[in-house]
Every structure is written in structure tokens, then in C-alpha cells.
Design a binder for this molecule. Sequence first.
Ligand code: PLP
Length: 392
Amino acid sequence: MAIYLDHAATTSLLPEVLEGYIVALQSVGNASSIHSHGQAAKRMLEEARERVAAALGCDPVEVIFTSGGTEAVNTAVKGVFWARRAAGARILLPGGEHHATADAAAWLAASQGARVEELPVDAEGRLAPAVLEAALAEGGTALVSAVWANSEVGTVQKVAELAAVALRAGVPIHADAVAAFGQVPVDFRASGLSALSVAGHKVGAPVGTGALVLARGTAAEPLVHGGGQQRGIRSGTQDVAGAVAFGIAATLAAERLDAHASALVALRDRLIAGVLATVPGARLRGPAPGPDRLPGNAHFTFDGCDGDSLLLLLDFAGISVSTGAACQAGVPEVSTVLLAMGVPEVEARGALRFSLGAGTTADDVDALLRVLPGVVERAQRAGHSDRVPALG
Ligand SMILES: Cc1ncc(COP(=O)(O)O)c(C=O)c1O
């Protein structure tokens, strides 16, 4: 049986989610219709919204269901920028943001008059609140957006401190919590954020589900116009079954957080210790094992070889992993996260991320540890190249 160590890319549907999803898919009714079928659909939808709100520590009215993380992030970054055009053109981001954020901001810069400033991060990918504070002192900032936890190297940001700094400056702040949700506590109200994005498929719900949490007092222009559903921020007939599935997954993510996280931490630390002990040239990237690192994340660079070669050799051995930048539509690129952290390009090319999740076992980790030294040795012999070492 193939081993799946790429939970940061996507997760399998949880059985409880699948069960609720199927029931919801079988009922008919547009949640905006006033007849009884419509009202039944609306009840299911609003119950799902309440579940997501409870799991994320916000009010149900603040939950805007989206098609996933990318749409939520785009709605926050573009929507808040447009609503605050008068306040200034600057958008502040830490270096190495996920492409959903970085590319939305780049598009605003290219076509909408935004001025995007990437703030320096430390060697572990963290933005210091003092760096944000100094940047905000200049004024003219429309919004700040920062990832809550980095999906590549697993760094958990000091979100509440960043939010406090932004709010002191009167600037809304959005956090991309796609990788954080389900692994570390995410409490919107306590964080002080203005907006937050999550995706269902990272916590056992179907791809195509997710939410933007938008604080009541935070204005955002919509990306899509139409029937005015969801505060007019996200028009369109609502996906009741998707919302139900995401609602169940969100409840489970919150309820199981502590047990899930401690199980993952034990496996992660076994994996990290094993790799560092047995693979010459392996360097752990991101924070040391501890609370600043996502429980399910182990990310390394391996000297003298290409991450893509390692990925393919491991795939051949029946183990699915990622180079880290999994959302790049299959196009290999050097990680912008590692470059922002100051990792030299030659080292960044050897990146490989192992991400653990529900269903990962110690046997899976041990199976990886058995094959990895040989795989790395083989890839090192091939060296850095566009050529993948011959399989078999
Ligand atoms: C940190 C982060 N943000 C945003 C996204 C995009 O989310 P989605 O795949 O739901 O569009 C991802 C996907 O991997 C991610 O890891």
C-alpha cells in the first residue's frame, strides 16, 4: 500500500464528513427559496455556518462560504484593498507568502494601482511584529496580510501580536489560516484579526469548500456580483452540501485538535530525528520541533540534489511527498518561502516536505526512514539537473 505523506496538499474525506455530505447532497432546495424545501436547505446551511463559526471563534454572520482557500484569500486581499482605496495604496506582506496572497497582491499592483511591499522574514520564515510596526509607521497602508502558519516549512506566526500592531495603526489585517486550521488553535475573536481564510480540503472536507471570516466592521468589495447572498460579498446559490460537509469537518477539527496535534507531534519528531540521524546533508528548515512548528510538518533541504528527483524516487518507492510548493499546478519552481528565509538557491532546490495527518502511522514514518538514505544518495549522484535519475 502506498504511503501518503502529503497531507498539507490535501487530506482524505473523514468518514463522518462523507456520511453527512451524502445525506445533504440527496436533498433538494435552494437556500434562498421561501418554500419549505428552500427553508429546509437554509436551516442546514445556517447550522453549518454556526458549526464553522464555533470552530473558528467568530459569529456566524462573519462566515462567508467560499470555494476554498484561494477564493477566500483573494476576496480578502482584493476586497479589502478596493474598500480602502482612499486610505492608501500600500499592501504589506511578509516575504514568501503563499501564491494565493502574493499573486492576488501582485495583480492589484499590476492593474489596480496597489503598492505591494514584501517585509523581511527571519531565517525561520517569521515576520517580527516590530518590522511590521516600522513599516506601518509610514502610513498609506490599505491592508496587511500574513500567513498564520506556513504550509511549506511549518512556521507558526505570532498572529495575535501582528494583529495588535496592525490594529493600533488602524489598518485591517488578514491571515491565511489554511495550513494552521486543524493543527494549531485558531480563534478569530481572540486573534484580533479583521479577516481570516480557511479551506475545507485541509481538514477532511471536500475540495471546493472553505470560508472567509470577515469581521462585521471590516469593509470589503465583492469579487463576484449577483444575488447578494452572504452579505453581498459572495453572491451565488450556496452549496448547502459543501457547507454541511465543511461544518462537520470544522467541528471535528476543533474537537480533536489536542489529540490530533499531540499524535502528529510524536510522529513528526520521530521523522525529524530519524532523518537527521541517517541522511548526510539533510538540513531541517523552519523552526526546531516545538510549539512554533506545525505539528504535521517536517521540511528539509538535502544538499547536492533536486527535490523533484527525490520526490519521484520516493514515489517510485510508494511514498507520496512534496517539494513544498504544492499549489503550483505541477510546475517546479524554487521555493519563494526558502528564498525569503535567506536559503541560497542551490540549497533551496533540494527541498522536500513531509506532511503528516489523520491516518499517518509510526510504520509509515519508519518505512520512509528505511528508504530515504538510499534515495538521497542516488539523487546526490545525479546532482542538480533538469534530469531526473533513471528509475528502477
Ligand atoms: C497556506 C495556503 N494558503 C492557501 C492555499 C490555497 O487553498 P486552496 O487549495 O483551498 O485554494 C493553500 C493550499 O495549499 C495553502 O497551503
